[in-house]
Design a protein around this ligand. Structure first.
Ligand SMILES: [Ca+2]
Length: 485
């Protein structure tokens, strides 16, 4: 009988054989060494870049990456909120499969260790021979217990880029709401004096009530993206100066939708869609046409298997995603799934399934409005609430403050902002029934049980967190110190 240790040795040996095969396929296809991988994760950034057609932003560096690479317009995360989303794409599993569906797991709730054999994907890249770095904003904030082995080995950018091949996860916190205090004034986002955004040109989605507060917030958010673009530009300039630009695959993506009206926290398109740009140096990508714009369905779950494949490693069998680019690219899936559960003290359960054209959303707690379960620090939401109470909002804007339908169905081809719910219309019953069944099957197959936590436990979690925040507020702070999101 093989002991546990011998079993592990055998697995390592097998992994080595598969790794050699993987290397052979990449090497044979490309006739060269393996690329470095630089993965830029911009927290809370939506599809609000020049290359996505957004007016009023100044994002030349990100736009250039897209012009030299591929721009994906339909890349979805699995959960529209930070910790569940990142827990998911770091493991290649859905949030509930890694005990991370709720945001957050704070004392007295306890984080669970990852299931046996599961780890964050940096393990697999390390085993494939990559140097593993995390040189940007070093926040993991996963909903599971940290793995026994540190997930990253190198924090310093210079040390990382001296290694070959390297994998660097460069996380930017810029677009995240920061509640920064500047000259005694509280700002939701850090300004960009070099490239200010004209608030009058910042367009609002049709579901946002038009108010000065909404316009100011939207403009400040876009300006923050300009600032991030400058930082990305500096990073690329440094890679070029080091002669590494043409040795490095660069992937830029978000982790969830923007912290704005009907964005972060919701299974709306604004909440789930992530910007995604992939630039692969020409010699690793023969036949590729720069400037490709893709509407292929891509999931955040695809990141881990794709990187492992690029590295010539073995993609673990438990991963839910697929390899979405590179020599081992796998076919586009028919559907992608989204999850929304508790957000801080706001208990909710929503599931979504999205195909190439239609999207179905099931609200398990329809009696709760989006306002009730969403972030309360969004200026546009609070300004809209006053108008809602005065009865001044049209139905597409008032919906945010009202109870939800049990089911929603949208035709994304004709209604990208999800303004018209088709679920009640006779002519759409076949589509509704089909997507309903797809979701039912997924819930059963993935054992998505929908359990809620004990309300008394949540109350205690809140009490302890408030106490912690109060203590933190009472001690002297630097102006840039971040408050909890
Ligand atoms: Ca986030």
């Amino acid at each position: 009988m093989i002991t546990d240790m011998n079993g592990k040795k055998l697995l390592r040996l097998l992994a080595g054989v598969v790794l050699a095969c993987g290397l052979a396929s990449w090497g044979a296809a490309q006739g060269t060494e393996r690329p470095n991988i630089l993965w830029i994760v911009a927290e809370d950034m939506g599809l609000d870049l020049g290359c996505y057609g957004t007016a009023g932003v100044h994002t030349p560096h990100l736009d250039r990456l897209a012009a030299e690479g591929a721009l994906y317009r339909r890349a979805y995360t699995t959960a529209a909120i930070c910790s569940p989303s990142r827990s998911s794409f770091m493991t290649g599993l859905y949030p509930h499969q890694v005990f991370s569906k709720n945001m957050r797991i704070r004392p007295p709730l306890e984080k669970q260790p990852l299931p046996e054999g599961v780890d964050v994907f940096t393990r697999d890249l390390r085993e494939a021979g990559y140097a593993i770095g995390f040189p940007g904003h070093q926040k993991t904030d996963w909903g599971f217990k940290d793995p026994a082995r540190a997930p990253y080995d190198i924090k310093d950018w210079e040390a990382l880029t001296a290694r070959k091949p390297f994998f660097g996860q460069f996380q930017f916190y810029d677009v995240h709401r920061v509640n920064l205090v500047v000259n005694g004034k509280q700002l939701p986002f850090e300004p960009c004096p070099e490239h200010p955004v004209d608030r009058a040109k910042a367009s609002l989605q049709p579901y946002i009530p038009e108010t000065p507060a909404a316009r100011e917030e939207q403009g400040a958010y876009l300006e923050n993206i300009n600032r991030l673009d400058m930082k990305v530009g500096a990073l690329i300039a440094d890679l070029k100066a080091k002669g590494l630009y043409e040795d490095t695959v660069i992937v830029v993506m978000g982790d969830n939708g923007p912290p704005l009206f009907r964005g972060k926290g919701f299974l709306s398109e604004r909440g789930l869609l992530m910007p995604l740009i992939v630039r692969v140096p020409a010699r690793f990508n023969p036949g590729f046409r720069p400037g490709t714009v893709s509407d292929e369905l891509v999931s955040a779950l695809d990141i881990a298997p794709t990187f492992i494949s690029l590295a010539g490693g073995k993609v673990p069998g438990y991963m839910e995603g697929r390899i979405f680019f590179g020599p081992n690219k796998q076919p586009e899936p028919q559907y992608l799934f989204g999850l929304r559960d508790r957000l801080e003290e706001n208990v909710d359960r929503v599931r979504s399934v999205c195909g190439t054209r239609y999207k179905y959303i099931r609200n398990f707690l329809p009696e709760k409005s989006c306002y009730e379960v969403g972030h309360k620090n969004v200026a546009a939401v609070n300004a809209g609430l006053a108008l809602f109470r005065e009865g001044k909002l049209p139905p597409v804007q008032a919906a945010y403050y009202q109870t939800k339908p049990k089911e929603e169905l949208y035709d994304l081809a004709n209604d990208p902002h999800e303004l018209t719910n088709l679920a009640g219309l006779t002519e759409h019953q076949a589509t509704l029934g089909s997507l309903r069944a797809v979701l039912d099957n997924w819930i059963t197959e993935k054992r998505d049980d929908g359990k809620f936590e004990d309300p008394a436990m949540l109350k205690e979690m809140d009490r302890r967190w408030e106490e912690f925040v109060k203590k933190r507020r009472e001690r002297p702070q630097k102006s840039s110190e971040l408050l909890p999101p």
